[in-house]
Design a protein. Structure first.
Length: 652
């Protein structure tokens, strides 16, 4: 099927030209703003040749074609009449998606997701200390003091982290935000926990009648202060002359917002926060595990709706107050059942493409990211998704009955075991996970999925007869025998044999901190659908060549590059998540398609501050897109990576 024919099928499946507001693309996906989601035939889209998956995200219908292919399909759909979009138009349109509640919850997620890693680390420190205590290890006083520093600091300065992150999301100066947040927990104020304990420490009386304490562990007051503070700072910048901005704006912002925070917002919203926490605990403590049953049953539905980040606020509040998080175990049950349902589909289907997708999505789910399982497999066949909710509900009820509560949040299932090692609940946690998995798998295998009589074999014959190289997702689904057959057909019809691959070490194109690909907040990359690799959180804005290579793709927007190395590896470097929406603002490419580069040559530059100001993540993915051609593709970097450091090893 030609690209023009594929483009026509895409347009028909999304409801025609008249149902499209605008279309754009990034390195891997066609991004379509549709007017009426109900007119999109999602099954038809996913069955179009070369489509590797499709889902709605950030108000866009994103159709995955893979590097190189997406450029050609984009050109074709534009030629057929789909309107293109500018960065501002795309962002404005996406901002209108969903109701006010959904937009508010997405904002909660934007604020709290960057804070989760330190809460996770704190929870792990608690687990290690608890494990040592359980083993009867007596720690010296100085070592015990050190462990308290590890476990208490994040919660003591939590308001500072929340105000910092809120300023960042709402466009204020994050440095002003963190100073304002730290003012709320200043050592000069009475400690909130000491006052609450009823001891000798009491609240200060300002002006003789306003009780004031520090806001240690508070979340909601800090969030409100951050929102108002960022908006106030931005409004000041509009009226303060540029020559005075550096002196006047931070001074007035800190002065006004510290008064409002300590004397008005803090006291009022601390009371509101107390009632929210009381209601949350009341639901979690419903008799017979009913609270866990309900939350475990609806959690993945909430994930589909996109408002699941509300749990971040509640989990952080519970941890700050009790150092225990019952939500974690309940959510783990729901996610385990979802992944188990995907495994059942993979075991039962005879379609190699669906089998490969199912097992890949299930692995992602067991590492804590269920979106690939939900959107790629279970919702597509409907019954697996809804039957997994039953497994999640029963598992969640069991978690409540067992009194499971993690020492942190942000990690679940396999990594989540670390939150239960030190609190004496590891065996109960494993039991809950096993029950949730068994239910999700058994229900789906017996009642939730009947293998479709797909025409994949005919499609494979057609592909081979035309001697074309299939897409990345199709190659992942091929077994070794089909792969060898394809190479033989290509040799027969073209007279050339594909170049043999060689072992290779790929060096880092980015200076920063290595991040596991599974931790990336984008299901297309984190699930491995585009191939295996690694991510890097940049500390400088330069993209270097990771090997001697030819530039096969150099986006005009400068946010992504495709390269083919001299040894045969096909590498995608994608700077940031959804950064295509910036339309090149803050990016500058230094190479063009067809250029030959040496390892360490500069491919382009980018401005992380502008990416952050756009509300986006600058985490950069380095993917070996022809992973299926190798025996192994292994990330080897951890921690800080510098220019020239090895990050991926590929073995032919």
């Amino acid at each position: 099927m030609s690209n023009t024919e594929i483009a026509k099928k895409v347009i028909d499946a999304i409801g025609g030209v008249e149902n499209v507001s605008s279309v754009a693309h990034c390195a891997t996906r066609l991004r379509v703003m549709v007017k009426d989601e109900a007119k999109v035939d999602k099954n038809a889209v996913e069955n179009i040749e070369k489509v590797q998956g499709a889902f709605f995200n950030s108000g866009q219908y994103q159709i995955i074609f893979g590097t190189g292919t997406v450029n050609k399909i984009y050109d074709e759909v534009v030629a057929l009449g789909l309107p293109t979009s500018s960065k501002d138009e795309m962002k404005a349109e996406a901002a209108k998606q969903g109701n006010w509640f959904q937009r508010a919850i997405r904002t909660f997620g934007d604020v709290f997701v960057p804070i989760i890693p330190v809460i996770v680390a704190t929870g792990l420190f608690m687990g290690v200390r608890g494990l040592l205590n359980a083993l009867g290890v007596t720690l010296p006083d100085d070592v015990m003091t050190y462990t308290q520093i590890l476990t208490d600091t994040a919660f003591i300065i939590l308001p500072g982290l929340v105000v910092w992150s809120t300023f960042r999301v709402f466009g204020g100066n994050p440095a002003v935000g963190i100073v304002l947040g730290m003012m709320l927990v200043s050592g000069s104020l009475p400690n909130a926990w000491a006052v609450a304990s009823g001891g000798e420490v009491t609240a200060m009386k300002f002006f003789g009648f306003i009780p004031v304490v520090g806001l240690q562990g508070s979340v909601l007051p800090a969030f409100i202060i951050g929102v108002l503070g960022a908006k106030f700072e931005k409004s000041l910048r509009k009226v303060v002359p540029d020559v005075l901005d550096l002196l006047v704006t931070p001074f007035v912002t800190l002065f006004v917002m510290s008064i409002l925070g300590l004397f008005v917002i803090g006291p009022v919203f601390h009371v509101v926060e107390t009632y929210i926490l009381f209601a949350t605990k009341a639901i979690l403590n419903l008799p017979f595990g009913f609270g866990g049953l309900v939350i475990g049953g609806v959690h993945q539905v909430i994930v589909v709706s996109g408002v699941h980040h509300i749990f971040n606020l509640l989990e952080v509040q519970l941890l700050a107050n009790d150092h225990a998080n019952p939500f974690n175990a309940i959510i783990t049950a729901a996610m385990t059942a979802q992944g188990a349902a995907t495994v059942a589909v993979g075991v039962k289907t005879k379609n190699p493409k669906l089998k490969a997708l199912s097992f890949s999505a299930a692995l992602s789910a067991f590492l804590g990211i269920t979106e690939p399982a939900i959107f790629g497999v279970n919702l597509r066949y409907r019954k697996p998704f809804f039957l997994s909710l039953i497994g999640g509900a029963i598992g969640g009820g069991l978690a409540s009955l067992l009194g499971l509560a993690g020492t942190g949040n942000g990690i679940t299932i396999i990594p989540g075991t670390l939150l239960y090692i030190g609190n004496g609940q590891l065996l109960q946690y494993i039991l809950m996970v096993a029950v949730s998995f068994a239910l999700g798998f058994a229900l789906t295998y017996m009642f939730g999925f009947e293998d479709e009589q797909d025409e994949w074999q005919d499609q494979m014959t057609d592909v081979l007869s035309k001697a074309t190289i299939p897409s990345v997702a199709l190659r992942v689904a091929l077994d070794k025998e089909n792969d060898e057959t394809e190479k033989l057909v290509e040799e027969e019809t073209t007279g050339t044999l594909p170049a043999s691959l060689q072992d290779e070490t790929i060096i880092s194109p980015i200076v920063g901190q290595a991040v596991a690909l599974s931790k990336v907040d984008d299901p297309v990359f984190s699930s491995g659908a585009m191939g295996q690799g690694i991510a890097v959180k940049p500390s400088e804005g330069v993209v270097y060549a990771p090997a001697d290579a030819e530039v096969t793709i150099a986006f005009a927007t400068g946010h992504a590059f495709g390269l083919k190395t001299a040894n045969g590896a096909e590498i995608l470097i994608h700077v940031g998540i959804d950064t295509v929406s910036m339309n090149g603002d803050g990016f500058e490419k230094k190479v063009a398609q067809g250029d030959k580069v040496k390892a360490g040559d500069v491919l382009g530059t980018f401005d992380s501050a502008k990416i952050a100001a756009a509300g986006l993540d600058d985490t950069t993915m380095v993917i070996v897109t022809n992973t299926a051609d190798y025996a192994s593709v292994t990330p080897v970097a951890t921690g800080a990576v510098a220019k020239g450091d090895a990050i991926i090893e590929v073995k032919a």
